[in-house]
Design a protein around this ligand. Structure first.
Ligand code: ADP
Length: 258
C-alpha cells in the first residue's frame, strides 16, 4: 500500500531480466468492499422485519382473542410493506445501475406530475396536517423519462413530508436558468446536520436510524434520486438547516433537440 493506494505486484522473467509489474487495484478493492457492505446491509435490513414477523407468528399461535389477533396481523402487515418497499427500491436501483434500460424521453408537464404525486401522498400529508404547495406554472414542459422522473420527485416529496413537522409545508417550484431546469422541493422540517449532508445520497445512510425506520424509509430513496438525476445528465443538491428545513434541488440540462 502506498499513500492509501493498493498495488498488486507481479514479477516476470523476460530475457533473463526480472521485471516488476505494479498494478493499482485501489478501485477494484473499493468496489469489492462496497459490494460486501451492500450485501451485508441488505441482509441486515431484511433480518429485522423477518425477526419481528417470526415473533408475531409465534404469538399468534397461542392467541385466541380476535382483537389481539387483528392487532398482531396489522403489525405483520407493516413489516411486509417494509420488505416490499425495500425489494422494490432494490430492483429500481439494480435496473438503474445496469444501465441496460435507455431513457424514454418525452415532453412532460411538470405541474401535472407534481399534482398527481400530491394526490398519491395525500394520506401521508394529512396525518400531520402538512400543506402541499405546487408553485409550478401550468404548461411548464420538461424533457424527461416520465416514469423515472415520477420516482425521483415522489421520493423527494415523500421525504419532505416524512421528515416534516406537524402543520408544516412542502413547496415544489421550478425555474429555467442558464440552460438548466432547476426543480426545488422545500420543506419546513427537521433539517439535516451539515456533516450528514454529503452522506445522505449513499445507499442505506440515515441521519437518525430509528426515526427513519419509524417513518417507513428504506434508506435507498435519495440514492435512487441521485441515479435518476445523473441519468438525465443532471444532479441533485441539498441545502438544509436543522430545525428549519431543507431544500433539495434537481438540476437537469434543458434539451433543445426534442
Ligand atoms: P429513507 O428511506 O431513510 O428516507 P433516503 O435515502 O430517502 O432514505 O434518505 C436518507 C436520509 O436522509 C433519511 O434517513 C433522513 O435521515 C435524511 N433525509 C432525507 N430527506 C430529508 C428531508 N427532507 N429532511 C430531513 N432529513 C431528510
Amino acid at each position: 500500500t502506498i499513500n492509501d493506494d493498493i498495488f498488486l505486484i507481479r514479477m516476470y522473467h523476460i530475457n533473463n531480466k526480472k521485471v516488476l509489474h505494479f498494478q493499482d487495484i485501489t478501485l477494484f478493492e473499493i468496489y469489492k468492499q462496497a459490494k460486501k457492505d451492500f450485501v451485508s446491509n441488505v441482509s441486515h435490513e431484511l433480518k429485522t422485519p423477518i425477526a419481528v414477523m417470526k415473533g408475531i407468528v409465534e404469538t399468534l399461535e397461542q392467541e385466541e382473542d380476535v382483537q389481539t389477533i387483528r392487532k398482531f396481523l396489522n403489525m405483520a402487515k407493516k413489516r411486509i410493506d417494509q420488505m416490499d418497499s425495500l425489494i422494490n427500491d432494490l430492483l429500481i436501483l439494480a435496473k438503474l445501475e445496469s444501465k441496460e434500460e435507455k431513457l424514454n424521453i418525452t415532453k412532460a408537464d411538470l405541474s401535472r406530475i407534481v399534482n398527481s404525486i400530491f394526490n398519491d401522498l395525500e394520506h401521508l400529508s394529512k396525518e400531520k396536517n402538512i400543506k402541499l404547495i405546487n408553485d409550478i406554472p401550468e404548461g411548464f414542459l420538461i424533457d424527461v423519462d416520465q416514469k423515472k422522473f415520477d420516482i425521483l420527485l415522489k421520493n423527494l416529496i415523500e421525504n419532505a413530508i416524512k421528515y416534516n413537522k406537524p402543520e408544516g409545508s412542502v413547496t415544489v417550484s421550478a425555474e429555467r436558468k442558464d440552460g438548466e431546469i432547476l426543480i426545488n422541493v422545500t420543506d419546513t422540517g427537521i433539517g439535516i446536520p451539515k456533516e450528514s449532508q454529503p452522506l445522505i445520497f449513499e445507499r442505506f445512510y440515515r441521519v437518525d436510524k430509528s426515526r427513519s425506520r419509524n417513518v417507513g424509509g428504506t434508506g435507498l430513496g435519495l440514492s435512487i434520486v441521485k441515479h435518476i438525476a445523473e441519468a438525465h445528465n443532471g444532479k441533485v443538491e441539498v441545502k438544509s438547516e436543522p430545525n428549519v428545513g431543507s431544500t433539495f434541488t434537481v438540476r437537469i440540462p434543458e434539451r433543445r433537440d426534442g
